[in-house]
Design a protein around this ligand. Structure first.
Ligand SMILES: C[S@@+](CC[C@H](N)C(=O)[O-])C[C@H]1O[C@@H](n2cnc3c(N)ncnc32)[C@H](O)[C@@H]1O
Length: 241
Protein backbone atom coordinates (compact mmCIF):
# COMPACT_ATOMS: atom_id res chain seq x y z
CA UNK A 1 0.00 0.00 0.00
CA UNK A 2 1.27 3.48 -0.87
CA UNK A 3 2.00 5.67 2.14
CA UNK A 4 0.44 9.12 1.74
CA UNK A 5 0.27 12.19 4.02
CA UNK A 6 -3.49 12.42 4.46
CA UNK A 7 -4.80 8.98 3.44
CA UNK A 8 -7.43 10.61 1.22
CA UNK A 9 -8.12 7.93 -1.42
CA UNK A 10 -9.62 10.34 -3.95
CA UNK A 11 -6.47 12.52 -4.04
CA UNK A 12 -3.18 11.42 -5.64
CA UNK A 13 -0.07 11.04 -3.48
CA UNK A 14 1.46 13.93 -5.43
CA UNK A 15 -1.50 16.19 -4.64
CA UNK A 16 -1.31 15.32 -0.96
CA UNK A 17 2.47 15.79 -0.82
CA UNK A 18 2.20 19.19 -2.50
CA UNK A 19 -0.58 20.24 -0.11
CA UNK A 20 1.39 19.06 2.92
CA UNK A 21 4.61 20.88 1.97
CA UNK A 22 2.65 24.04 1.10
CA UNK A 23 1.20 23.89 4.59
CA UNK A 24 4.36 23.18 6.58
CA UNK A 25 6.68 25.37 4.46
CA UNK A 26 6.97 28.22 7.02
CA UNK A 27 8.11 25.77 9.72
CA UNK A 28 10.08 23.36 7.53
CA UNK A 29 13.61 24.71 8.00
CA UNK A 30 13.25 25.22 11.73
CA UNK A 31 11.83 21.73 12.28
CA UNK A 32 14.45 20.14 10.03
CA UNK A 33 17.36 21.57 11.95
CA UNK A 34 15.72 21.26 15.38
CA UNK A 35 14.52 17.68 15.03
CA UNK A 36 17.76 16.45 13.45
CA UNK A 37 19.83 18.39 16.01
CA UNK A 38 21.43 20.16 13.05
CA UNK A 39 22.85 16.94 11.58
CA UNK A 40 20.91 17.50 8.33
CA UNK A 41 23.19 20.48 7.61
CA UNK A 42 26.23 18.24 7.87
CA UNK A 43 24.58 15.54 5.69
CA UNK A 44 23.98 18.08 2.89
CA UNK A 45 27.56 19.41 3.15
CA UNK A 46 28.96 15.90 2.86
CA UNK A 47 26.68 15.07 -0.06
CA UNK A 48 27.72 18.17 -1.99
CA UNK A 49 31.39 17.23 -1.64
CA UNK A 50 30.66 14.19 -3.83
CA UNK A 51 28.83 16.31 -6.39
CA UNK A 52 31.83 18.67 -6.46
CA UNK A 53 34.23 15.85 -7.43
CA UNK A 54 33.26 16.18 -11.11
CA UNK A 55 33.25 20.00 -11.15
CA UNK A 56 29.79 20.24 -12.74
CA UNK A 57 28.77 23.50 -14.41
CA UNK A 58 25.05 22.87 -14.74
CA UNK A 59 23.30 21.30 -11.76
CA UNK A 60 19.66 20.33 -11.31
CA UNK A 61 18.30 20.08 -7.75
CA UNK A 62 15.16 17.97 -7.76
CA UNK A 63 12.60 18.54 -4.98
CA UNK A 64 14.68 21.54 -3.96
CA UNK A 65 12.12 22.69 -1.36
CA UNK A 66 13.55 25.68 0.53
CA UNK A 67 16.80 25.39 -1.47
CA UNK A 68 19.22 24.30 1.29
CA UNK A 69 20.98 21.79 -0.99
CA UNK A 70 21.10 24.24 -3.91
CA UNK A 71 22.60 26.94 -1.66
CA UNK A 72 25.19 24.50 -0.32
CA UNK A 73 26.17 23.62 -3.89
CA UNK A 74 26.47 27.29 -4.89
CA UNK A 75 28.70 27.99 -1.87
CA UNK A 76 30.91 24.94 -2.42
CA UNK A 77 31.20 24.51 -6.19
CA UNK A 78 32.76 27.50 -7.92
CA UNK A 79 31.06 28.90 -11.04
CA UNK A 80 28.26 26.32 -11.26
CA UNK A 81 24.70 27.35 -12.00
CA UNK A 82 21.84 25.54 -10.33
CA UNK A 83 18.20 25.09 -11.25
CA UNK A 84 15.94 23.87 -8.46
CA UNK A 85 12.51 22.39 -9.11
CA UNK A 86 9.71 21.47 -6.75
CA UNK A 87 5.97 20.89 -6.86
CA UNK A 88 5.33 23.05 -3.77
CA UNK A 89 5.05 26.74 -4.54
CA UNK A 90 5.23 27.72 -0.86
CA UNK A 91 8.49 25.84 -0.30
CA UNK A 92 9.95 27.58 -3.36
CA UNK A 93 8.83 31.00 -2.09
CA UNK A 94 10.90 30.49 1.06
CA UNK A 95 13.80 29.16 -0.99
CA UNK A 96 13.72 32.25 -3.21
CA UNK A 97 13.88 34.55 -0.17
CA UNK A 98 16.92 32.66 1.16
CA UNK A 99 18.67 32.85 -2.23
CA UNK A 100 18.06 36.59 -2.37
CA UNK A 101 19.29 37.06 1.19
CA UNK A 102 22.52 35.17 0.41
CA UNK A 103 22.84 37.02 -2.90
CA UNK A 104 22.89 33.94 -5.12
CA UNK A 105 20.16 35.01 -7.60
CA UNK A 106 22.70 35.03 -10.44
CA UNK A 107 23.63 31.36 -9.80
CA UNK A 108 20.42 29.69 -8.54
CA UNK A 109 16.97 29.80 -10.10
CA UNK A 110 13.93 28.01 -8.76
CA UNK A 111 10.89 26.92 -10.70
CA UNK A 112 7.84 24.74 -10.32
CA UNK A 113 8.58 21.31 -11.75
CA UNK A 114 7.55 17.71 -11.26
CA UNK A 115 10.31 15.14 -11.20
CA UNK A 116 8.04 12.65 -12.90
CA UNK A 117 7.63 14.98 -15.91
CA UNK A 118 10.60 17.34 -16.10
CA UNK A 119 10.46 20.38 -18.39
CA UNK A 120 14.09 20.04 -19.53
CA UNK A 121 15.62 18.53 -22.65
CA UNK A 122 17.60 15.29 -22.60
CA UNK A 123 21.20 15.47 -21.30
CA UNK A 124 20.96 19.08 -20.06
CA UNK A 125 22.75 18.77 -16.70
CA UNK A 126 26.24 17.70 -15.57
CA UNK A 127 24.85 16.72 -12.18
CA UNK A 128 21.38 15.92 -10.91
CA UNK A 129 20.80 15.76 -7.17
CA UNK A 130 18.03 15.48 -4.63
CA UNK A 131 17.89 15.62 -0.83
CA UNK A 132 14.99 13.98 1.00
CA UNK A 133 12.87 14.23 -2.14
CA UNK A 134 12.66 10.85 -3.86
CA UNK A 135 10.84 9.22 -0.93
CA UNK A 136 7.92 11.51 -1.74
CA UNK A 137 7.58 10.64 -5.41
CA UNK A 138 4.30 9.12 -6.46
CA UNK A 139 6.10 6.87 -8.93
CA UNK A 140 9.73 6.31 -7.87
CA UNK A 141 10.90 4.67 -11.12
CA UNK A 142 9.34 7.40 -13.25
CA UNK A 143 10.95 10.16 -11.17
CA UNK A 144 14.36 8.46 -11.35
CA UNK A 145 14.00 7.83 -15.11
CA UNK A 146 13.39 11.52 -15.68
CA UNK A 147 16.48 12.36 -13.62
CA UNK A 148 18.42 9.94 -15.84
CA UNK A 149 17.02 11.46 -19.03
CA UNK A 150 18.05 15.06 -18.23
CA UNK A 151 21.52 14.03 -17.02
CA UNK A 152 24.38 14.35 -19.54
CA UNK A 153 26.43 11.22 -20.39
CA UNK A 154 28.98 10.59 -17.64
CA UNK A 155 27.04 13.03 -15.45
CA UNK A 156 26.71 12.48 -11.69
CA UNK A 157 23.58 11.53 -9.81
CA UNK A 158 23.53 12.21 -6.06
CA UNK A 159 20.58 11.32 -3.86
CA UNK A 160 20.46 11.95 -0.13
CA UNK A 161 17.67 10.08 1.61
CA UNK A 162 16.64 8.78 5.01
CA UNK A 163 17.08 5.13 5.79
CA UNK A 164 16.50 2.78 8.70
CA UNK A 165 19.36 1.93 11.05
CA UNK A 166 19.64 -1.83 11.52
CA UNK A 167 21.83 -2.26 14.58
CA UNK A 168 21.09 -2.21 18.31
CA UNK A 169 20.63 0.24 20.07
CA UNK A 170 20.40 2.85 17.30
CA UNK A 171 17.55 0.99 15.60
CA UNK A 172 15.46 1.00 18.79
CA UNK A 173 16.29 4.62 19.68
CA UNK A 174 15.60 5.76 16.13
CA UNK A 175 12.21 4.01 16.14
CA UNK A 176 11.17 5.60 19.44
CA UNK A 177 12.36 9.03 18.33
CA UNK A 178 10.93 8.93 14.81
CA UNK A 179 7.66 7.20 15.67
CA UNK A 180 6.77 8.84 18.96
CA UNK A 181 8.70 12.01 19.72
CA UNK A 182 9.09 13.57 16.29
CA UNK A 183 5.38 13.51 15.24
CA UNK A 184 4.36 15.15 18.52
CA UNK A 185 6.84 18.05 18.17
CA UNK A 186 6.13 18.29 14.43
CA UNK A 187 2.39 18.40 15.02
CA UNK A 188 2.72 21.06 17.73
CA UNK A 189 4.96 23.34 15.70
CA UNK A 190 3.68 22.84 12.13
CA UNK A 191 -0.03 22.50 13.08
CA UNK A 192 -0.20 19.53 10.70
CA UNK A 193 -0.96 16.33 12.54
CA UNK A 194 -0.05 14.11 9.62
CA UNK A 195 3.21 15.53 8.28
CA UNK A 196 5.62 13.95 10.73
CA UNK A 197 3.68 10.69 10.98
CA UNK A 198 3.99 10.53 7.19
CA UNK A 199 7.73 11.17 7.53
CA UNK A 200 8.09 8.09 9.75
CA UNK A 201 5.87 5.90 7.58
CA UNK A 202 7.47 6.96 4.30
CA UNK A 203 10.93 6.18 5.67
CA UNK A 204 9.70 2.74 6.76
CA UNK A 205 8.38 2.06 3.28
CA UNK A 206 11.43 3.32 1.39
CA UNK A 207 13.66 0.60 -0.13
CA UNK A 208 16.79 -0.55 1.74
CA UNK A 209 20.26 0.57 0.56
CA UNK A 210 20.60 -2.54 -1.60
CA UNK A 211 17.06 -2.41 -2.98
CA UNK A 212 17.35 1.25 -3.90
CA UNK A 213 20.69 0.82 -5.69
CA UNK A 214 19.02 -2.01 -7.63
CA UNK A 215 16.23 0.36 -8.71
CA UNK A 216 18.85 2.90 -9.84
CA UNK A 217 20.54 0.21 -11.93
CA UNK A 218 17.22 -0.86 -13.46
CA UNK A 219 16.56 2.73 -14.51
CA UNK A 220 19.91 2.72 -16.33
CA UNK A 221 22.41 4.28 -13.92
CA UNK A 222 25.90 2.85 -13.65
CA UNK A 223 28.64 2.70 -11.00
CA UNK A 224 25.90 2.86 -8.41
CA UNK A 225 27.04 3.01 -4.81
CA UNK A 226 25.80 4.13 -1.41
CA UNK A 227 27.41 5.60 1.68
CA UNK A 228 25.63 5.07 4.96
CA UNK A 229 25.61 8.12 7.27
CA UNK A 230 25.12 8.41 11.04
CA UNK A 231 24.71 4.71 11.72
CA UNK A 232 22.37 4.19 8.76
CA UNK A 233 19.83 6.94 9.55
CA UNK A 234 20.59 8.45 6.20
CA UNK A 235 22.45 7.54 3.00
CA UNK A 236 24.11 9.18 0.05
CA UNK A 237 23.53 7.34 -3.24
CA UNK A 238 25.88 8.06 -6.11
CA UNK A 239 25.67 6.94 -9.72
CA UNK A 240 26.76 7.83 -13.24
CA UNK A 241 24.95 7.96 -16.55
C1 LIG B 1 11.51 16.80 2.59
S1 LIG B 1 11.43 18.06 1.38
C2 LIG B 1 13.12 18.23 0.89
C3 LIG B 1 13.48 19.64 0.52
C4 LIG B 1 14.96 19.92 0.30
N1 LIG B 1 15.51 19.15 -0.80
C5 LIG B 1 15.79 19.70 1.54
O1 LIG B 1 16.87 19.13 1.45
O2 LIG B 1 15.38 20.14 2.61
C6 LIG B 1 10.73 17.17 0.04
C7 LIG B 1 10.34 18.06 -1.14
O3 LIG B 1 10.03 17.22 -2.25
C8 LIG B 1 9.06 17.89 -3.03
N2 LIG B 1 8.49 16.93 -3.99
C9 LIG B 1 7.78 15.82 -3.73
N3 LIG B 1 7.44 15.17 -4.87
C10 LIG B 1 7.99 15.88 -5.88
C11 LIG B 1 8.02 15.71 -7.31
N4 LIG B 1 7.39 14.70 -7.90
N5 LIG B 1 8.70 16.62 -8.04
C12 LIG B 1 9.33 17.67 -7.45
N6 LIG B 1 9.32 17.89 -6.11
C13 LIG B 1 8.67 17.01 -5.33
C14 LIG B 1 8.12 18.43 -1.97
O4 LIG B 1 7.26 19.43 -2.46
C15 LIG B 1 9.12 18.94 -0.92
O5 LIG B 1 9.45 20.29 -1.09
Amino acid sequence: MTVTPYNTPTESKKGQVERMFDKIAPFYDFLNHFLSLGIDIWWRKKAIRYVKDNQPNRILDIATGTADLALEAAKTIQNCSIVGVDISEKMLEIGKEKIKKDNFQHRISLEIGDSEQLQFQDATYDAVMSAFGVRNFENLEKGLSEMYRVLAPNGTLMILEFSKPKTFPLKQLFDIYFKNFLPVIGRFKSKDKNAYRYLYESVQQFPSFEEFTKVLNQVGFQNTQYKSLTGGICAIYLAKK
